[in-house]
Design a protein around this ligand. Structure first.
Ligand SMILES: Cc1cc2nc3c(=O)[nH]c(=O)nc-3n(C[C@H](O)[C@H](O)[C@H](O)COP(=O)(O)OP(=O)(O)OC[C@H]3O[C@@H](n4cnc5c(N)ncnc54)[C@H](O)[C@@H]3O)c2cc1C
Length: 400
């Protein structure tokens, strides 16, 4: 029986697992340092307190169990990957050997070393822990304002550094969250402000001009203060200094300005780009290790024309599935196929029940786009939850 390991139970790893679970002639082990798959695309909802945290996760233990006895979940952190000896070292000294490996360890927030002081001040939103911490922090701040009138009068600024997809979504959703409190008269004075800083000329760089324009309009309507065209140069305890010398005072800073591949990738000797992402073959295989595949944010992925693809959940899922299908082909002594990946569209949540759905040839704005985004999210997570529910019921029956 062949041993297949998957490192990372995110969008890419879970998609690979679902595809591989259909074969029973292999032992499949999914490894993740967390016991859950965090649905990052819904992280903005958690921060803005519109959904509880259990609605943003899928339990990896239960999910893996549902696929049968040949699938195991290991809740450990991978510390090293030995490509030459086909071994993976985990925390607690556990060592696993493999015949095939999928690296789907995702990415982390890139706290640029060139921005002085950033690492001390910037909170990230890529993990459940990070998003949960932010949610609790803002909830406490709002509650203190309710309890103490003098505290409520104090101006409070949140700075969101980076105006890509996640920065824009977080800024819009947070502002909408604060506005909700004003509308319900829970808070009397509108003294909570959100600043969104885009180092590029525009927010949502590389997106369609109409999407950018509409997003700007929406952010303005919500009350977000947008700063475009100047990068953050330095971060001090309570202010950020931009390259154009503008100073923005803040009480709390969130940084979403870039990603870098998961630190475990650093330890592998294989071609990488400047974000630390692995540059794979068009089949997603590593250049000198055809039994190893990479998927999701951990890889530099391109579409069929060679255009660089953005690191999104959509691309992660496609690449995870392709990597798994290619392992199945290798197991049948066939050639691995090229990954035909594409970013077919993007849905951007812009606070409350407003979103933009950009499908390249046309765009939808407002409530309809919001419904579409929610539907996309549900189409992804509901089947996973359903699989988990069946597995949990079976386990409970066995115990009783
Ligand atoms: C706030 C926010 C909003 C976003 N919105 C959207 C959106 O609307 N649409 C969209 O398509 N994309 C969106 N994205 C991007 C999307 O979430 C990512 O592209 C996607 O999560 C990448 O999937 P992945 O499987 O490669 O990595 P991840 O989902 O990050 O999963 C990687 C997994 O690997 C595990 N791991 C890492 N290192 C180790 C190790 N050493 N040992 C064990 N386990 C390890 C991690 O714990 C994690 O579970 C958003 C991202 C953020 C932060």
């Amino acid at each position: 029986m062949k041993n297949i390991l998957i490192i990372g139970g995110g969008y890419a790893g879970v998609s690979a697992l679902r595809e591989l679970s259909k074969i029973d002639s292999a032992k499949i082990t999914l490894i993740d340092r967390h016991p859950y798959h965090f649905l990052q695309t819904e992280g903005y909802e958690l921060v803005a307190n519109t959904i509880p945290f259990d609605k943003t996760i899928v339990n990896l233990h239960t999910l893996s169990q549902s696929f049968g006895e040949n699938v195991t979940f290991l809740h450990q952190s991978v510390e090293n990957i030995d490509l030459n000896n086909k071994k993976v070292e985990c925390s607690q000294d556990k060592e696993l050997s493999y015949d095939y490996l999928i690296i789907a360890a995702g990415s982390v927030t890139r706290f640029f070393k060139s921005i002085q002081g950033l690492e001390n001040c910037g909170h990230g939103v890529k993990s459940l822990t990070g998003a949960f911490r932010l949610k609790q922090f803002f909830e406490k701040e709002l509650f203190m304002r309710l309890e103490s009138p003098s505290h409520a009068k104090r101006h409070y600024s949140v700075l969101v550094g980076g105006a890509g997809l996640s920065g824009v979504e977080i800024a819009a959703q947070m502002q909408e969250y604060f506005n909700r409190y004003y509308k319900s008269n829970t808070l009397a004075c509108e003294s909570l402000k959100i600043h969104l800083v885009s180092g590029s000329k525009t927010i949502l760089k590389h997106m369609h001009p109409k999407t950018i324009e509409k997003s700007r309009e929406r952010l303005k309507d919500l009350g977000v203060i947008v700063h475009e065209g100047s990068h953050i140069k330095k971060v001090e305890k309570d202010k950020a200094i931009l390259e154009n010398s503008e100073e923005i005072a803040f009480d709390f800073m969130i940084f979403t300005g870039g990603i870098t591949a998961s630190p475990i990738i650093n330890k592998i000797k294989t071609p990488k780009n400047k974000l630390g992402q692995i540059i794979p073959e068009p089949t997603l295989q590593l250049q000198n290790h055809k039994e190893v595949f990479v998927a999701g944010d951990a890889a530099e992925l391109r579409d069929i024309s060679g255009k660089l693809l953005p690191p999104t959940a959509h691309v992660a899922m496609q690449s995870g599935k392709r990597a798994a299908k290619n392992i199945k082909l290798l197991m049948k002594n066939e050639q691995a196929a090229f990954a035909h990946l594409a970013q077919e569209g993007i849905a951007i949540a812009l606070g409350g029940k407003y979103a933009i759905l950009d499908l390249k040839s046309f765009r939808i704005y407002g409530f309809l786009a919001y419904l579409a985004k929610k539907t996309i999210e549900k189409i992804y997570k509901w089947p996973l939850w359903a699989i988990c529910r069946v597995s949990r019921k079976k386990r409970c029956k066995k115990k009783s």
